[in-house]
Design a protein around this ligand. Sequence first.
Ligand code: DON
Length: 573
Amino acid sequence: MKSYQIILVPLFLVLAFQLKAQKEAIYDATSIHHPLLSKNGMVSTQHMEATKVGLEILEQGGNAVDAAVAVGFSLAVVLPRAGNLGGGGFMLYHDNARNKTTAYNYREMAPAKAHRDMYLDADGNVDVQLARMHHQASGVPGTVAGLLKALEDHGNMTVEQVVAPAIRLAEEGFPITFDLARLLKLYESRLRASSETEKIFYPSKTTYYEAGDTLRQLDLAWSLKQISKRGRDGFYKGELAKRIAKDMSANDGLIKRRDLAKYKVEVMEPVTGTYRGHEIISMPPPSSGGIHLIQMLNILEEFPIEEMGHNTGATIHTMAEAMKYAYADRSEHLGDPNFYDVPVEWITSKTYGKELSEKISTESATASEDISPGKPNDNESDETTHFSVIDKNRNVVSQTYTLNFSFGNGIVAKGTGILLNNEMNDFSAKPGVPNAFGLLGGEANSIQPGKRPLSSMTPTIVLKDGEPYFVTGTPGGSRIITTILQVVMNIIDHKMNVAEATHASRIHHQWYPEDLFIEGKGISMDTQKILGSMGHSVKIRSVMGSTQTIMILDELLRGCSDPRRPDARIAGY
Ligand code: DON
């Protein structure tokens, strides 16, 4: 080496290092909120006890699937509003070494006795009580089959190992948090309506548990032990299945032992798209989440969003318009692909995205009735939960599952400790009549035996240069898809770190009702006025979503559990 080279090479290396350090420092100095940093593995869930379980599994050498399955079973104990054995959901698993993502569809299925008009009364109106709060509101649960199928395909641990923490939490109990104590009061009428549910969640007919009390769920522990001993059959066949079917027939419900035995998980290809050079991987139908996330990103890619600015009038207006087109298409074209030919390629194509982008005026809002007909109404409070895991080999799990409403239909099947879902309400009970989330639907999402109701759940993984970049997902009913849209845009367009991307105020439009919902405090009055002057009907709504997001950057994991829900927690090691 020549002498000038001996001096210049190290000088260059030092300069390059300083520049990188400076870039990092600038990045950090402009961040108001910081993510959790760690190196080996990270788990983000909506309950601290479940996060602890997931982390312990990773530390014991389990992979992302082992941890996610253990979290799934544990949330059924500690987060009864949404964690479940009696519901269903979706898991995306990205195998880093093989660079392959697999989608698990364990959405509930309509029982054999279900039929198109089952919720209509003699006058042809939807009987809301029957469709939402009755035994007939439940679809055949998929959670246990889904979690165990993913474990069988990709886990390293046994069923006993991943169910054990949930059994311990159910048997020994766990401390009731302020949030759970509050919710048990809030949902009292729904939960006390079933004596089996009341027996579990209330000390007596007139008293309540307080924060700090221990909640033990012995019937649920028994159910978990059936699964631990017999795997899938422990839930879908034998004594547990018999108890569910008996409770159903005693209460005019539809689910029979045959329905349970026939439940099927589908292993699917995810739906994919790109956004400004990043690869977007999400859930295909029967979720509408992935398709419409990609559709909205395709529309928004046509606009210089970064320059337009975060949550400015112009950006929110453009996003709201994109949302309207997506939800209009959802009402017409989306349903279970086993029963209805969903035009996935067309809706997620760049060409269609561009076509829709050209319809968006930069000056004013398009009236919803000029996009397509239909008139919905109410929205109801709701619950689902998402959890994200990344392990030391950078395998990723993105999983959202649900009972639909908080505590599902509020009914525990006798002797099982298992809360039942009311997912049948995600079907379109009657064309033009919105469901509990104000969502419209028609033929594509009509009720048929064996069909799965259309979902909005959007577990998502984003790759950059072919490597996992971040994983995210959220509850929130119809607002799930738009919440995930905003996390993706906050990171990619607005260059936010995951904490800022999580904390930033959110907006939502779903075509009908014709309102632009905002999380009020973070969107300035000035911006609200601009949006009003463009013709948007701006409404302040309660907070939207509870995202669990983990990013991989410079070899570190950076995560944020949404502070919008009190018990959520992220942990890494
Ligand atoms: O699958 C769906 O889209 C709904 N059942 C999800 C419900 C939900 O997210 C409620 N949670 N906040």
